[in-house]
Design a protein around this ligand. Structure first.
Ligand code: UD1
Length: 367
């Protein structure tokens, strides 16, 4: 019998679930088809960084993945509290299992915390989505990326710019492997379900005739003046075309804390966080997306839907150089929206290796 490779995957927050799902499915597929190759044993650890049903459970259901083997239930807290809690609770779990590879994805606090624990135990770590850099250390995720990539043994990148960043930081070439964008594996796998999601009818909008807005970065929503001004711009946009705006818990909390009135906003459809299929359907069918999400920059690039990213920088530059994404700011948002609405409904091209076979390349790299 072929020997077995023990893989431990970590998922923590909303954007992680669609990154681990294709990996878990690829493992199951390879084990089922058997053959002479190596078999895999996998274990999924959910750190519990996101815990609301609409931020976590719904993704397991939609993505068709089994409940996690372990849930560390760390919950929310300051960066130090959350990171420390993940480390404390993860250490005995990973020590007990001693996987051949710890596979972490993305750039959330849990990604960094678990990497740090495993590296100190001398376990091998593979980082899926390595090498992305915004070069903005105000962004908590940038710190997480730098620490994770500094420690991981295998740096699995989504695009050539990420390889270049890692080489510039001195990573040995044999640690770096361009595998493509794992998010797109999930997107393609879920496209049929997304197209059947019914979210357009539920939110009362028509394909090509609405904007899809999301906002959750501390840089945008934790500051009163910034959140007030952005909300005002969304209200203005909603006077032109309906805006579907699902509220992330952080954003909902800050709107309440700053007492920004949300009632009486014609055209602005404020809804609870939407699931993955609804979000894909909205991204594919929107006339325009306005966001500060990393994942949506990539998904709109795949759909070629015009996207305005409300951030001073992006760690995903191919979404701009090749894709349909543009950076915007409070000062330029109004003009950028006008220009976008006046321009073509689709633009850009899909970057190389964003074709749905990244999970297989990840498993190849691990073996
Ligand atoms: C986290 C990630 C961010 C990612 C985002 C996606 C870090 C540093 N940030 O940011 O990279 O883009 O997830 O959503 O890892 N809350 C709930 N229910 C939940 C989870 C959070 O109500 O299930 C509320 C809590 O009030 C919490 C706040 O949202 O304090 C923020 O959650 P947190 O996980 O700290 O950061 P996010 O903003 O979600």
């Amino acid at each position: 019998m072929a020997d077995e490779l023990k893989l431990m995957f970590v998922a923590a927050a909303r954007p992680n679930f669609m990154k681990v799902a294709p990996l878990l499915k690829a493992v199951a597929r390879r084990n089922a088809t058997g053959g002479a190759g190596r078999r895999f044993r996998s274990c999924l650890v959910h750190t519990g960084q996101h815990y609301d049903a609409k931020m976590s459970d719904i993704f397991f259901t939609e993505l068709g993945i089994a409940a996690p083997d372990v849930n560390l239930e760390v919950g929310s807290g300051s960066h130090a509290v959350q990171t420390a809690n993940v480390m404390l609770r993860f250490e005995p779990v990973v020590e007990r299992e001693r996987p051949d590879w710890l596979v972490v994805v993305g750039d959330v606090n849990s990604t960094m915390a678990c990497t740090l624990v495993a590296a100190k135990l001398g376990l091998r770590v593979a980082h899926v989505e390595a090498g992305l850099r915004s070069y903005d250390r105000q962004m908590p995720e940038e710190i997480n990326r730098i620490v994770t990539d500094g420690l991981a043994d295998l740096l699995l990148t989504p695009s050539a710019d990420a390889d270049e960043n890692l080489r510039r930081e001195g990573a040995a070439p044999e640690r770096i492997r361009l595998v493509g964008n794992i998010m797109i594996d999930s997107l393609i796998d879920n496209l049929a379900a997304a197209r059947n999601s019914g979210v357009l009818a539920r939110t009362g909008v028509q394909a090509g005739e609405f904007a899809y807005a999301t906002l959750h970065r501390p840089g945008n929503v934790d500051d009163r003046a910034s959140l007030t001004a952005i909300f005002e711009e969304f209200r203005r946009l909603a006077a032109r075309i309906p805006v579907v705006f699902p509220l992330h818990p952080r954003t909902r909390k800050m709107l309440a804390e700053f007492q920004i009135p949300t009632a009486d906003t014609p055209g602005l459809r404020l809804v609870d966080p939407v699931g993955y299929h609804d979000s894909l359907c909205l991204a594919e069918n929107a006339r325009l997306v306005v966001t500060d999400s990393g994942g949506l920059q990539e998904e709109t690039t795949y759909f070629r839907t015009p996207c305005l990213t409300l951030r001073p920088n992006t760690e995903r530059p191919v979404t701009i150089t090749l894709g349909s994404n543009r950076l915007t700011s409070l000062a330029t948002l109004r003009a950028d929206v006008e220009a976008s609405l006046a321009g073509p409904a689709r633009r850009g091209v899909i970057p190389p290796f964003w074709e749905g076979r990244t999970a297989d390349r990840v498993l190849d790299a691990l073996t």
